[in-house]
Ligand binder design. Sequence first.
Ligand code: HEC
Ligand code: HEC
Length: 302
Amino acid sequence: MRILRRGTAGLALAALVGAAAFVALTRPRPIERAALPEHSADLANGAAIYRIGACYACHQPPEQVAGADRSLPLGGTPLPTPVGTFYPGNLTADPETGLGAWSELDFLSAMVRGVSPDGRHFFPAFPYPAYAAMSLSDLRDLWGYLRQLPAVRAPARAAEVPLEPIARRGVGLWKRFAGEPAAIVPDPARSEAWNRGAYLVAAPGHCGECHTPRDRLMVRDEQRALAGAPHPSEEGRVPSLRGLVARGRYADAADLALALQYGETLGYDKLSSGGMGKIQSELAQLPAEELAAIAEYLVSLE
Ligand code: HEC
Ligand code: HEC
């Protein structure tokens, strides 16, 4: 009896230590409160970042919302993932249903740390693990761009994730495995356009979120960056972005830039399914020199 009681006490203690460790290891780390330096947002750059970031691709309203301007990121379209279904929210400045009550620092914490203003983790279905590598000035231009969109009331729908509170807290553990994104160091031996392309692909473009394979902990394997992967929705495969010219997929960088701009309407294939169609329609709205930079970088990957 005593042994049993001691055993139970031991188990209870272990559970307590386990729970305390879980709480400690999963603690959200928002950006420290600090005064941000003056910044006057470059709205044209903010718009370009919004397009390459494909914010609208996930935050668009579903077809059936009546009376709303569908070109605004009002949220509500279901995003099915292996952990559950998300309904990415309203990114306009409506104070109740959008980001109207958020400070710029709240936004930076969401984009860089994946933490909400009320101190909870976002699931990485929101591709902040890539956005975190964006430059502060690009993030602030993007914020400026979102702020000047017409504010529309569009209530968000809660995510449908089994055991959501625990799973959400558990994201903190995943963040520890995933670590901080590697800093994007410019390569002086390459052209300015190549370096711009490398940055756009890795950070705002988050191309690796689908095109880079993951290890068993679902962390991107950067040794095999952009080498193709099983689709995140678990259906089909995302093709490799390496050797695109050597494999005869495109004639050269200019050809790839055209493919990214016009997609399948110009007779290119493999640019529509598995979410790529939505990404491509966003890329189509980028200035030509940004597409040329992305293409120059991609065709250099062996
Ligand atoms: C692949 C889909 C996807 C893309 C692309 C995406 N988001 Fe989201 N976003 C989500 C999901 C899913 C959530 C909710 C995550 C959760 O509930 O934990 C979210 C949440 C957010 C939030 C928190 C508030 C809210 O609406 O829930 C902000 C802010 C946000 N996203 C901004 C952006 C911006 C800015 C971009 C473009 C640079 C962007 N997102 C691109 C999927 C996406
Ligand atoms: C949501 C996941 C997802 C994201 C994010 C994504 N892709 Fe894709 N991509 C795909 C899928 C899936 C395909 C294959 C589509 C098909 O076969 O119709 C594809 C195909 C492509 C192709 C055609 C490859 C070939 O063999 O011709 C290119 C080029 C490409 N993507 C570039 C990009 C770039 C550049 C980015 C970042 C700006 C990006 N993708 C982001 C899922 C994604």
